[in-house]
Structures are given as structure tokens and as C-alpha cells.
Design a protein around this ligand. Structure first.
Ligand code: PSU
Ligand code: MN
Length: 303
């Protein structure tokens, strides 16, 4: 049996020519942003990567095929589809086997990127340890994936809807390098500062690429997480966003939201409570991450 990997024409050409490729996830499209901004953003993010000299590969499962790169029509269809599955490591093979359609989270996108030989992936933020995890046991599979699969993931830190100190502790336990880009502190998605120091800090995409290369040469499995702070002009100060987050968390508890539904529920709630400001910031930070990922991918291809 051969793996049903399906490359878009653009990604297929890039592979033939040996061009740098940056993977993109699709859960952010189906579960992270409302339509039509989700599709507009996905297109703009792809363009940022092209402008940065790399080729974008948005990843999703469509009718049982694992797509590495989506055409514009596929992107549009996925962005408007209802009841799309949210796929992580646990669900990916089942979705393909049953001919289903699903959007890939950070974990599933890393797996697919690795299968396709793509070493860099840009997203908004990673999943992590949820607040209250000591009773809910809700820890994102993204963290374990970073420990297993050799892909460099660029995100704007982790959202303050999570328990950030515990998220950093788990990443440390799992041996995942958490590298803040261009600052010492760990960024908190909508805000540049979480108030926590980042375990590692780097300023040079070439060195980030080299570190990944060295990990594989040393036989260290797993990837790296590059935490790229949202640009200053786009950030929502923690003093503004934190009360909104607290209210959203309280509402989630009241509504009995659990498991996969938690992150999409909180994002939607925060979007409405900030009159869309959280989405504007989210779009800005994803583009900023795409820009950096294209530079890292370029350095990896050059070495
Ligand atoms: N970050 C965003 N928007 C998102 C997500 C992260 O800015 O929609 C998604 C990613 O796909 C991530 C997932 O992998 O949320 C984490 O979900 P969970 O907490 O259920 O593991
Ligand atoms: Mn979870």
C-alpha cells in the first residue's frame, strides 16, 4: 500500500526544483477563524511565504487523501465547509482510511510535513497545557509531537488561554527547544510578553536552521519551537486581553466544554468579546510567522 499523499501542482514543482517549502496547518482555517477571513488570511499567508522566496504547502485531508498544498478552489471549499474533523496524531490515519475530510492541527501537520520532506512549518500558536489540567488532564498532543517529529515550528508563543508555565515545563521535560526569536521573553500570542523568560533565545534564522540540522546529526529526535513575538504595532496588551480570556475560560467551564472543543470555543468567544480585535492580531501574527519561516526554510535549503 502506498501512502495517499497528494501534492498540489505548486508544491510538486517546488520539490522538483528543490525550492524551500513551508508547511501550513488547516485547523486554523476551519476551527481558528471565521469565514471569510479564514480563507482570505490563508491566501495572504501563502503569499507572504512566496514573497519570502519559499513555497507554501497548506496541509489537509480531503476525501481520504492527504494533501500537501491546496489549490485555491480547495482552500475555498475547506474554508466554507461545516463539521470538518479536527485531526491530531490520533485521528489522521482513521480519517484517511475512512475517506473523510479533516483539518490538521499542529501535531498532524508536523507528521504530514515530515512525510513530505518539509522541515519548516508556520502557524499561529501551538496547543499546550490547559489551565485546570491537573483535573482535566487536557494537554495538547502538539507538545508530544514536537518531541517526536523533526520539524521546526514557528508560532507566536502559546495563547494565554493556556497554563503557560506548565506548558513550558512539559516542553522542557520532553526535550523540546523553545527558542524565542529576537527577545529574551516567551511571547503570549496576542501579546509580546507573557512575563515568563523563554528557555532559549536566538536572533538569526541561519543559526535556527543550523540548530535543527545539528539535532538530526546528533540523533536527537523531535523538532524545535520558534516563538516569534507578534509585531509591536499589532499586539493587544495583556492588561486588555487577560480579563477577556478569564471570562471566556469561565464561560467554557460553565458550558461544560471539553477535549477538542476547548480551543475553538475559547477563540470564538474571545473574537466576539473583543469585537474582532483578537482576529486582527491573530492574522498579523500568522503573517509575521510565515515571514520568519520562509527565511528559516531558505537557510535550510542553502546549507
Ligand atoms: N493556534 C491558533 N489557532 C488555532 C490553533 C492554534 O492560533 O486554531 C489550533 C492548532 O491547530 C493547534 C490546536 O494545533 O489549535 C490545538 O488544539 P488542542 O488544544 O485541542 O490540542
Ligand atoms: Mn486538548
Amino acid at each position: 500500500m502506498t501512502l495517499p499523499l497528494h501534492f498540489s501542482p505548486e508544491v510538486s514543482d517546488a520539490r522538483t526544483l528543490g525550492l524551500p517549502i513551508v508547511a501550513l496547518e488547516s485547523t486554523i482555517i476551519t476551527h481558528g477563524m471565521p469565514w471569510p477571513q479564514n480563507v482570505e488570511t490563508a491566501r495572504e499567508v501563502e503569499q507572504v511565504i512566496r514573497d519570502g522566496g519559499a513555497v507554501p504547502a497548506t496541509i489537509a485531508v480531503l476525501a481520504g487523501r492527504l494533501h500537501i498544498g491546496l489549490t485555491d478552489a480547495e482552500l475555498e471549499t475547506l474554508g466554507q465547509a461545516k463539521d470538518v474533523a479536527k485531526l491530531s496524531r490520533a485521528d489522521l490515519a482513521v480519517c484517511i482510511a475512512s475517506g473523510g475530510t479533516g483539518a490538521t492541527t499542529v501535531a498532524a501537520t508536523m507528521i504530514a510535513a515530515h512525510l513530505a520532506g518539509i522541515r519548516v512549518f508556520a502557524t499561529g500558536g501551538i496547543g499546550g497545557v490547559h489551565r485546570g489540567a491537573d483535573s482535566s488532564f487536557d494537554i495538547s498532543a502538539d507538545l508530544h509531537e514536537l518531541a517526536k517529529t523533526p520539524v521546526t515550528v514557528v508560532g507566536a508563543g502559546a495563547k494565554a488561554i493556556l497554563d503557560l508555565p506548565k506548558t513550558l515545563e512539559v516542553l522542557e521535560t520532553l526535550g523540546v527547544p523553545v527558542i524565542a526569536y529576537g527577545q529574551k521573553g516567551f511571547p503570549a500570542f496576542w501579546s509580546r510578553s507573557s512575563g515568563l523568560p523563554a528557555p532559549l533565545s536566538m536572533n538569526d534564522p541561519a543559526e535556527i536552521a543550523k540548530a535543527m540540522q545539528l539535532r538530526s546529526e546528533m540523533g536527537l529526535e523531535g523538532g524545535q519551537f520558534v516563538a516569534n513575538p507578534i509585531p509591536e504595532k499589532d499586539e493587544i496588551p495583556s492588561a486588555v486581553i487577560n480579563p477577556v480570556i478569564e471570562a471566556a475560560l469561565a464561560a467554557a467551564a460553565e458550558d461544560g466544554i471539553a477535549a477538542k472543543a476547548v480551543t475553538p470555543y475559547l477563540l470564538d468567544r474571545i473574537y466576539h468579546e473583543t469585537d474582532g480585535a483578537s482576529l486582527v492580531a491573530n492574522i498579523a501574527l500568522v503573517k509575521n510567522n510565515a515571514r520568519l519561516a520562509a527565511r528559516i526554510a531558505g537557510e535550510m535549503s542553502a546549507s
